[in-house]
Design a protein around this ligand. Structure first.
Ligand SMILES: [Cu+2]
Length: 427
């Protein structure tokens, strides 16, 4: 398909969208634009058009991860239920597509799903006990793994979990870092169950060598610090593939139509083609990736957020941020040159590659003033926006074009979220 045809379907959305103008204005020329502070922009929920609600009784975003223990050698227990359910994927027609998924669900409720599963953060030295209950008629497994020098290292594996049965895997978390969990069953060279939703993020925090206590502000001992952390779990979704796998039909054909982060895609505020309303689900934190608290970056000037990125999709992607550059710490388990330097300059990038099929990278987003912003951006800028009821929002989106659309061309219904600057808490 030619680029023009590919983009045509969503062109009406582009022309009228604040999000669109931000993307178009700044992607080609670096991150030097003033912030999007327009009421009704990507982050504001107060636009003229009320957000219609979409009934979506089955897909439930997993809860945000629990904070790890503050004392060493804790016992961390988690039970997952293997379930099937549906999620409605949206495009510019305003009529969604119901797509079936499988998941590791924290709730023992039939026909409900968590895609991705709840992220788990533990400390080095913790004992981790994962119980997995297979509520389906199909055979599954649960593994936790990471990459070291491009090699897969499995640290936990339930082995086969037959239909209707339960397995427990127990292990000690030894090495700090970002891991993925998934059903690792491979058919036709593809991790078919992982691809249809059976995946999530896992992390191990380091211990201080002297005190033996957990360190809650660094990826590995001595690396640059952060004050908050979250997971961005990415996936590419082909409804035909999901239907085939869940119906028990082997399939090797995979043409992605949706691109998700933490299971959701963008639901833009702009009018839909031929419709006066915002897109269904706009501003709903359970449907709109730009308002999902598991994905949005929210902070004050000076804050720093660690983002653990895991790409379960088939394609390699390019992760792009506005306003500031990421500090790139690791990729697929290897440290980036300069990662341990006090000065991040060698590692700062506004686009970071992220491999497909389980690729992992760790980055820090620094809530600094955008370096080239004009007018000058400082605490007064942020406070004034707050006082005037505006949001300061910058997009994060992938830079490969297919990911910015849904269903083969609905622009702005793709993979994106927002970065919000809030005033510093008053002393
Ligand atoms: Cu951009």
């Amino acid at each position: 398909m030619k680029r023009r045809d590919f983009m045509k379907k969503g062109s009406a959305v582009v022309a009228t969208s604040v999000v669109g103008s931000t993307l178009v204005a700044s992607c080609g020329g670096g991150d030097t634009t003033a912030p999007d502070t327009t009421t009704g922009g990507t982050g504001a929920g107060t636009g003229a058009n009320p957000a219609p609600t979409t009934p979506d009784p089955v897909a439930t975003p997993a809860p945000v991860p629990d904070a790890p223990a503050t004392t060493p050698a804790a016992l961390v227990e988690q039970t997952f239920y293997i379930t099937e359910g549906e999620h409605e994927m949206m495009d510019a027609t305003g009529v969604g597509t119901i797509v079936p998924f499988r998941s590791f669900n924290v709730a023992d409720v039939p026909d409900t799903i968590n895609v991705p599963g709840k992220a788990i953060i533990v400390n080095q030295g913790d004992t981790v006990e994962i119980t997995v209950v297979n509520r389906l008629q199909s055979v599954h497994n649960f593994t936790i793994s990471r990459l070291v020098n491009d090699k897969n290292v499995v640290i936990a594996d339930t082995g086969v979990i037959p239909a209707g049965e339960t397995r427990l895997v127990s292990f000690t978390a030894n090495v700090p870092g970002t891991y993925r969990y998934e059903d690792a069953t491979i058919v036709n060279n593809m991790k078919i169950n992982s691809m249809v939703g059976m995946h999530g993020g896992f992390a191990v925090m380091p211990l201080d060598a002297n005190s033996g206590n957990p360190l809650n502000d660094q990826l590995t001992v001595g690396s640059r610090k952060f004050v908050q952390q979250l997971f961005w779990v990415f996936n590419d979704v082909d409804p035909n593939f999901n239907n085939a796998i869940i119906n028990g039909t082997a399939s090797s054909a995979f043409t992605p139509q949706y691109f998700t982060m933490n299971g959701l895609s963008g639901r833009p505020p702009a009018p839909l083609n031929g419709s006066p309303a915002s897109s269904p689900g706009y501003a709903d934190p359970t449907l709109d990736s730009m308002h999902d608290p598991r994905s949005m970056l929210v902070g004050a000037l000076g804050d720093r957020a660690l983002v653990r990125c895991i790409n379960f999709g088939m394609a390699k992607h390019s992760m792009h941020i506005h306003a500031n550059h990421f500090e790139w710490l690791t990729t697929d388990g290897d440290m980036v040159d300069g990662m341990m330097d006090a000065d991040p300059v060698q590692t700062t990038k506004d686009v970071i590659p992220l491999n497909g099929k389980g690729g992992i990278c760790d980055v820090i987003y620094p809530f600094d003033a955008p370096p080239d912003a004009w007018p000058i951006f400082n605490e007064a800028t942020v406070q004034l926006a707050k006082d005037e009821g505006r949001k300061i929002a910058y997009p994060m989106h992938f830079h490969d074009e297919m990911t910015q659309s849904a269903k083969g061309g609905s622009y702005l219904f793709g993979l994106m979220t927002d970065v919000f600057y809030e005033p510093k808490p008053k002393a």
